[in-house]
Design a protein around this ligand. Sequence first.
Ligand SMILES: Nc1ncnc2c1ncn2[C@@H]1O[C@H](C[S@+](CC[C@H]([NH3+])C(=O)[O-])CC(=O)[O-])[C@@H](O)[C@H]1O
Length: 330
Amino acid sequence: MFSFNDTYDAIANTRLHPWVEGFKKAVHKRMADYTHGNISQWIELIKKLPDITPDQIDITNKVSIGSRSQLSDTEFEQLEHLLKQFHPWRKGPYHLFGQHIDTEWRSDWKWDRIKNHISPLDDKIVLDVGCGNGYHCWRMAAQNPKLVLGIDPSQLFLMQFAIMQKYLSDYPVHYLPIGLEYMPQNLDRQGFDTIFSMGVLYHRRSPIDHILHLKNLLKPGGELVLETLVVDGEDDQCLIPRDRYAQMNNVWFIPTTGMLKNWMRKCGLEDVQVANVSTTSTEEQRATDWMTFQSLEHYLDPQDKNLTIEGYPAPKRAFMVARKPLQKKA
Ligand SMILES: Nc1ncnc2c1ncn2[C@@H]1O[C@H](C[S@+](CC[C@H]([NH3+])C(=O)[O-])CC(=O)[O-])[C@@H](O)[C@H]1O
């Protein structure tokens, strides 16, 4: 079985310590729900990763671990074969001993869009909600935080995270395989300094409750970085897809940036800023050798790339940055 003891110890060393037992219960419950037949096979595969110390690590400009020269040709091929058993690789890219894991998403582009709009993360306690395989958590770690905690319910992404963590265990980055609903309801003064919620809000049936929960997990004065799908339009407009949106069957609310600002202010956040808006291109999200299923190109109208296959506006994403007030409003 997978051990999270290092994660619990890391959390216990911060002001989040009263919540360790709650996290343990949540993970226990979540692991009991795991039904994926591959999990024990994946754990065995991870044990077969090269047992060598990387001669270089770069998490500042990309996530790059070790060099090609550290492996023989046979070991290099074996590594590729092993890593491909963790298909699909969605978030990245990663460079592991010269293996370029060319993921479906250029998650580095997303990071480049926001990194200059956030407060510095040094010595901060950071939460990344819906962190996928943890790509952005490693990029956050380059800023010397006290702790980065990534949470995501996916078993496969936990395994992909564990692959990188084998070589990056000196960084204070930890992962719990839980959804936001397993987190405490309110942390107040013990809360996180910065919370990222990227690519999650539109999957939530109740976006206001999601934002409120994030706010309640921040300490007073803490920063929320929220990225989600948006549509063009007036401040009081929001798209609720009839059925699928870009073939995703779990998309609920796609607001305009004006509507999103309104939601965030209504939840009691202040200094709400639109940091970036960008249309997702088929260069940013595409099928590769490491994610061979269909991707964005197949979800767009073949006659008009400005529309999804269902006739909605093509995916556009906004980054919002906001602050929890220092004082509770009277
Ligand atoms: N209840 C939940 N609680 C937490 N996470 C969840 C939940 N439900 C699903 N997820 C997770 O939320 C992630 C959404 S992807 C964003 C990844 C990264 N943040 C990115 O910005 O690249 C979507 C995208 O690519 O836009 C998935 O990893 C889910 O498992």
